[in-house]
Structure formats: C-alpha cells, structure tokens
Design a binder for this molecule. Structure first.
Ligand SMILES: NC(=O)c1ccc[n+]([C@@H]2O[C@H](COP(=O)([O-])OP(=O)(O)OC[C@H]3O[C@@H](n4cnc5c(N)ncnc54)[C@H](O)[C@@H]3O)[C@@H](O)[C@H]2O)c1
Ligand SMILES: O=C(O)C(=O)C[C@@H](O)[C@H](O)[C@H](O)COP(=O)(O)O
Ligand SMILES: [Zn+2]
Length: 364
C-alpha cells in the first residue's frame, strides 16, 4: 500500500493512503501494534453510523477484541469531561499498555482520543484513522493531541505520536461539502507556508476535489501529508519551524474561543479568516506585497471559504484570547506571517494596534 514515512529521533511510523484500506484495519492495527489483542475504537457520533461497524468487524477478524466508544463531536465537548469518559471505558475494559486505542473520526475525535491515549497508564499506543479531509491532511499526522478550555483552544494537551495513520479517502463520500471545504483551508495553508504550486493546484482543481474525484483526492491528501510530515520531522515539538503550521491560527483560535467554540465557525473556516488576517498584518508591516493578500483571499473564495465576517467579537476580547496563545513569549504575541507564497517568517513584536488593524480587514 502507498505510504508516507514519518521518522523522528525515537519513533517512526507510516501514513497509509489507499482507497478501501479501512477493510484491512485489522492487519493494519496488528502490523503496527502486534500486541494489540484488544482495542478501544473511539469514533465520533457523526462517523459512527457510516463507518464504525465495518472497521470494528475488520479488527475483530484479525483477533483484535474491539470495544466501540462513541464520543460527541463538538468543540464545546472537546474537553476533559469527554477524556474522562474514555478513561472510564478503558478502565472498565481493563485495557493494558500493550493494547491499543484506535481513533475513527474527524480532528476533534483524533485530538481528544489521542490525548486519552497519551495519558491513560501514562501512555498507550494508538492508531489514527482520520475520516474528515481536515483530519487526513493535518490533524492525524504529527502527534499533537489535546482539548479546549474556556480560556482557549487546545491549551491542555500532549505530544503523543501514533503508531500508524490509516487514511481511506473513500470515506470522504459521506462527509458534508462544508466539512470538505474546511479541510481545504489547511491544504491552502500548507501551500502558503511551503508550496506555491500546491496552492495554485488546489484552486485549479476545486471542482474535481469538491465533486470527490477519487484520484484527485488521493493526490491532494498525499501532497499535504508529505508537507505536514516533513515539517514535523524537522521539528517534532514546535521548538522552531513547526510553528509555521500555525499560520493563521493565532487569529483563528481567537475567533473560535470568542464565538463559543464552533457555533458559528468550524475550525477550517476560522483558519480561512485567520489566514486573511495574518496576511493583512504582513502587508501592513510591509513584509509582503498587497498582491499576496489578494491571492490568499481569491484562493479561499475559490473553494468556498469565508474571508470576511460580521460575527467577530470586540477587539479587546480577541486580543485577550490571542494573549493566551501557546506561542506567546514574555507576554508578547508571536505571529506566523507570509513573506511570499511558500515562505514564512515569525515575528515576536506585534503591537495591539497592528493586530486590530489586521482584524479590521476581516471585519465586515
Ligand atoms: N492535532 C492537530 O495537529 C490538529 C490539526 C488541525 C486541526 N486540529 C483540530 O481538529 C479539529 C477539527 O477537525 P475536523 O475539521 O475534522 O472537525 P470535526 O472533528 O468536527 O469533524 C467534522 C464533522 O464531520 C463529521 N465527519 C467526519 N468524517 C466524516 C465522514 N467520513 N463522513 C461523515 N461525517 C464525517 C464529524 O462527525 C463532524 O461532525 C479542531 O478541533 C482542530 O483544533 C488538530
Ligand atoms: O500540527 C501543528 O503543529 C499545527 O499547528 C496544525 C494546526 O492546523 C492545528 O490546528 C493545531 O491543532 C494547532 O495547534 P496549537 O498548538 O496551536 O493548538
Ligand atoms: Zn488547524
């Protein structure tokens, strides 16, 4: 099966990308974690009716006793309460360190269940099986797991790398178009930070992507996973270049946290708005030409993502939330900004006035 390899100093895994591969989930889990005679399959309530039963059956067929745990899928419930529920299920079923957790869902499911795997018995192996485009191209790769708190997004978490990532692009046929577009926000982000040709390719291929042409989807997923994996291999724990993957996210997370997590904007939509705000900031700072902002806006609009909003919290609230960002150093907001398509710079001296001016570009 085609794979992308991710090699770190103390861990290595592959990311399998193959239409139909979920039917071989038993082999794929046992191949990565041979001691996994038992597993908790954590899925989310939107995915469970479509895909949980065949995956559980495929795992059982290869001798993996499988307990299915269904969790709610909302940013509000991406919290420690849901993690606690998973601990209880794992404890009740006497899951041991040699056993496994398998995620089957979008990025929320992967982040929450991944955090449970990172902390249960101080860490058990897990396999990520992402089912949304966003989780395939971004969230399932790289080992960031965690949950939200009222103060901000993903503020409690752990780096815990999976033992394998299994991507079956065929499951995208049951994903809503809105969620598909959300995944494209992170794909465009990868284009802006690393690969101008990917950015243009996504814009040119918006139609086949949104109409679920399978060879185009496979290429989309592979190109994005390669970028994500290469950044993570360079800097696993965000000591440096991994922060580039956070382009648009300081603004995006502020939108999510100040709009009651997901009631108005999904993560991918917030990232689209955040990329526009960050690029506007860079233009105002004269780090990049105004034409780059036009290109980012045109790219997001080409795939149907929002680029302006009449639903933003007051500046003071947005600034307060941005000051809780994990990249803050010495109380200063650090921003990941584009210099040109495919090239990024991080600045650590953003002033409140500059940030507010960037929000103004997004605010309708
Ligand atoms: N860990 C990371 O590196 C990382 C990276 C990016 C995003 N994230 C996190 O990921 C989350 C967003 O993930 P998301 O966009 O996948 O949202 P999500 O988890 O809410 O999933 C999107 C929706 O689609 C449904 N769904 C998923 N796959 C489906 C399928 N195949 N068929 C039918 N329905 C399906 C889900 O049930 C859900 O309702 C955010 O919380 C974000 O912070 C994490
Ligand atoms: O993998 C990363 O690193 C990223 O920043 C990817 C982001 O798309 C993702 O939303 C991530 O969860 C944000 O990380 P955070 O540390 O800012 O919460
Ligand atoms: Zn993201």
């Amino acid at each position: 099966m085609p794979t992308v390899d991710l090699t770190l100093p103390h861990h290595r895994y592959d990311i399998v990308i193959e239409p139909g591969c979920l039917m071989q989930m038993g082999d794929l889990v046992r191949g990565a974690i041979p001691s996994a005679t038992k597993a908790v399959l954590v899925t989310d309530e939107g995915v469970e009716p479509h895909h949980a039963r065949p995956v559980a059956k495929a795992m059982e067929a290869q001798g993996v006793e499988t307990i299915v745990a269904v969790i709610p899928v909302s940013e509000k419930k991406k919290n420690l309460g849901t993690v606690r529920t998973l601990y209880d299920i794992m404890l009740e079923n006497k899951l041991e360190r040699g056993h496994a957790l398998v995620t089957l869902g979008g990025g929320i499911c992967g982040d929450v269940a991944g955090f449970a795997a990172a902390t249960y018995l101080r860490g058990i192996p897990f396999v990520q099986c992402p089912t949304s485009l966003l989780a395939m191209v971004d969230a399932s790769v790289g080992g960031k797991t965690g949950v939200n708190v009222p103060q901000g997004k993903n503020l409690i978490g752990a780096f815990h790398q999976p033992s394998r990532v299994v991507i079956d692009p065929e499951v995208l046929t049951t994903l809503s178009e809105r969620e598909l577009r959300c995944g494209l926000a992170e794909c465009l982000k990868h284009g802006v930070i690393r690969d101008a040709s990917l950015f243009d390719w996504i814009v040119d291929n918006a139609d086949p992507i949104l109409s679920l042409d399978m060879p185009t989807l496979v290429e989309l997923v592979r190109r994005n996973v390669e970028i994500k994996a290469s950044v993570v291999m360079e800097d696993e724990k965000e000591a440096g270049v991994r922060a580039h993957l956070n382009f648009g996210h300081t603004f995006a997370h502020a939108i999510e946290a100040t709009s009651q997590y997901g009631t108005k904007y999904k993560h991918g939509e917030a990232v689209s708005l955040g990329m526009v705000a960050a690029t506007a900031f860079a233009v105002n700072r004269k780090l990049c030409p105004a034409s780059l902002l036009d290109r980012v806006i045109a790219g997001c609009e080409a795939v149907g993502l929002p680029t302006s909003s009449d639903y933003l919290a007051p500046d003071i609230m947005l600034l307060k939330t941005m000051s809780m960002d994990k990249k803050v150093r010495g109380g200063k907001i650090r921003l990941v900004l584009p210099v040109q398509m495919g090239q990024i710079e991080i600045i650590g001296d953003a002033t409140a006035d500059e940030v507010i001016a960037a929000w103004d570009v997004v605010r309708k």
